[in-house]
Design a protein around this ligand. Structure first.
Ligand code: GDP
Ligand code: MN
Length: 339
């Protein structure tokens, strides 16, 4: 028998597990996780971490998406991790698979060439489907339509610090549309013609270009060339009204018509990033320094000691990717200083 009263212990038999809901105001928001059934264990790990670090006190819902039906095992294993609502959705065929308008012979020739050149995922069609889906379709999924804000999470990522406030409400109250934790250079070989198409689109649609945009972060010559800096989109907290709005809708449509998701290997990261940089003002893009985040092989860890302590962070600030030569963070800082 447990002692009925044990003043020396902070452990209360049958007592609180500290999952007390701390909020009275919430955003219209959801987590979104694209995963395969084979990603089960790594998806469990990611959800366990975001629950520990944030969501056990906020209870935002989850939407899991897959181009194949999720197994019962997947749903059961995920469902026990949170008291928040979880929905498991199937991606409509046309939102995922290579469209008939793509010339498969031409696409295959390009894939073969990328394999020869050892470009990561160069030979993969499914990776291209994923990038196109994340660029133009996840926010149109029926399960996503009811939400305005989303937080993208991937299998096998890590959240290194306690999050003591609601980043969704922060975004909403500060009128932000897009946020990031890591920014870096893209592999040029995956997007050889992307920038040219972006500039063609910008000339066709000057009405979509935001007044105080972030072109200066991505180009030092007013758009003649792209420095390859982009926000790493495996972490995103953003406003789907931005993706659903007229500028991005026309932009994605235009890029999709060029076929570069298949004839090249355009990533959703540069596509989202360039859109945020051009169609939003710089003040609408948020760098979340206090969200310690890791996606192999890089980690963002808060540099400020108070922030790091308050977050009980499990990452090493000295090894934050911000200081890596491959990071675009110093460029972003300098860009934000030059108003
Ligand atoms: P990387 O981060 O660029 O190396 O790419 P990942 O392999 O992590 O894929 C990005 C996201 O898409 C992750 O959430 C994956 O689980 C998901 N993903 C990638 N390929 C597929 C696929 O073929 N089907 C499904 N359902 N999800 C995929
Ligand atoms: Mn990944």
């Amino acid at each position: 028998n447990f002692p009925a009263h044990n003043p020396g212990s902070s452990w209360t038999p049958g007592g609180s597990n500290n999952d007390t809901l701390v909020v009275d105001k919430r955003a219209n928001a959801t987590f979104v996780i694209l995963a395969r059934n084979s990603d089960l264990q790594s998806t469990v790990r990611s959800v366990r971490e975001i629950e520990d670090r944030f969501n056990r006190r906020y209870r935002y819902p989850y939407v899991f998406l897959n181009e194949e039906p999720f197994t019962d095992e997947f749903k059961t294993r995920l469902s026990v991790l949170s008291s928040a609502k979880m929905e498991f959705g199937l991606i409509p065929h046309d939102h995922w698979f290579q469209p008939d308008s793509i010339d498969e012979a031409k696409a295959k020739a390009s894939r073969d060439k990328m394999v020869e050149k050892n470009i990561i995922y160069g030979g993969s069609v499914s990776y291209r489907n994923m990038c196109r889906f994340n660029s133009g379709f996840f926010f149109r999924h029926p399960l996503m339509e009811k939400y305005r804000w989303y937080w993208r999470i991937e299998p096998d990522v890590h959240f290194h610090c306690d999050i003591h406030y609601d980043p969704f409400l922060f975004m909403e109250e500060k009128k932000k549309v897009y946020s990031f934790t890591i920014t870096m250079y893209e592999y040029e070989a995956t997007i050889p013609t992307l920038w040219k198409h972006v500039m063609d689109f910008a000339k066709l649609h000057p009405e979509f270009i935001a007044k105080d945009n972030s072109l200066g972060f991505m180009s030092s010559n007013n758009g003649d060339s792209y420095n390859l800096c982009h926000f790493w989109s495996n972490f995103e907290i953003a406003d789907m009204e931005f993706w659903r709005g007229p500028a991005y809708t026309a932009f994605f449509e235009y890029l999709d018509q060029q076929g570069g998701f298949y004839y090249e290997r355009w990533g959703d990261a540069p596509v989202h990033s360039i859109a945020a940089a051009l169609f939003a003002s710089r003040d609408q893009i948020q760098f979340f320094d206090d969200i310690g985040y890791e996606h192999n092989p890089y980690t963002h860890c808060p540099k400020n000691k108070d922030v790091w302590e308050k977050g009980r962070c499990s990452c090493d600030p000295a090894r934050s990717f911000d200081y890596d030569g491959y990071s675009c963070m110093s460029k972003w800082d300098r860009f934000m200083e030059t108003k």
